[in-house]
Design a protein around this ligand. Structure first.
Ligand SMILES: [Cu+2]
Length: 187
């Protein structure tokens, strides 16, 4: 029984760690397009903020397109030969953005890159959490020659407290889901 509990704990903590480490997944061209000849990828890329740990998904018809990751010169010249980093052709390719920096993708079908099937994305380093709110200020004023100070207002009355409750509720829901998953695995 103790071993079972230890295993469950291990499953839960591993899943929790993975949950925080996994980034977001972005489908290229979504929501109005995909990996096709119609989407403006410069505009699409300017509308997403990518961080190391995120993923790009390319969805397309296998018979019509593919995805070739190239160097900057391959991107600029629309030429994959000698400039290829990797080639993908499943029609539903997930490409992890493991590090910060520029990534370049083109379609390798002749003429498609020149027609606009080229994507350059900038990946930022890991997103840092927002800074904590400043501590409440003590308010003092002179009264009858003496300095009198108010106690700082309790932070629990502010909107940020409501947001914190929201976040912890989400965290609890996630933890509950992980525990249930762990139990299912054990049974
Ligand atoms: Cu193509």
């Amino acid at each position: 029984m103790a071993a079972t509990r230890a295993l469950l704990l291990a499953v839960v903590s591993t899943a929790a760690l993975l949950g925080t480490a996994l980034g977001a997944s972005y489908t290229v061209g979504a929501p109005s397009g995909s990996w096709d000849l119609k989407t403006n990828y410069t505009r699409w890329a300017s509308g997403v903020k990518l961080y190391a740990g995120d993923q790009l998904r390319f969805q397309y018809t296998v018979a019509e397109h593919n995805v070739v990751e190239v160097t900057k010169s391959g991107y600029d010249a629309c030429n994959g030969s000698n400039n290829t980093v990797a080639t993908y052709q499943t029609g539903n390719d997930t490409i992890p953005l493991t590090a910060a920096g520029s990534r370049y993708f083109i379609c390798g079908v002749p003429g498609h890159c020149a027609a606009g099937m080229k994507l350059h994305v900038n990946v930022s380093s890991q997103q840092t959490p927002p800074p904590p709110p400043p501590p409440p200020q003590q308010q003092c004023r002179m009264r009858k020659g003496k300095l009198r100070c108010n106690r700082p207002a309790s932070p629990s009355s502010s909107a940020s407290a409501a947001a914190a409750v929201d976040r912890s509720a989400v965290a609890w829901q996630r933890l509950a889901a992980v525990v249930v998953a762990g139990l299912v695995l054990l049974c």
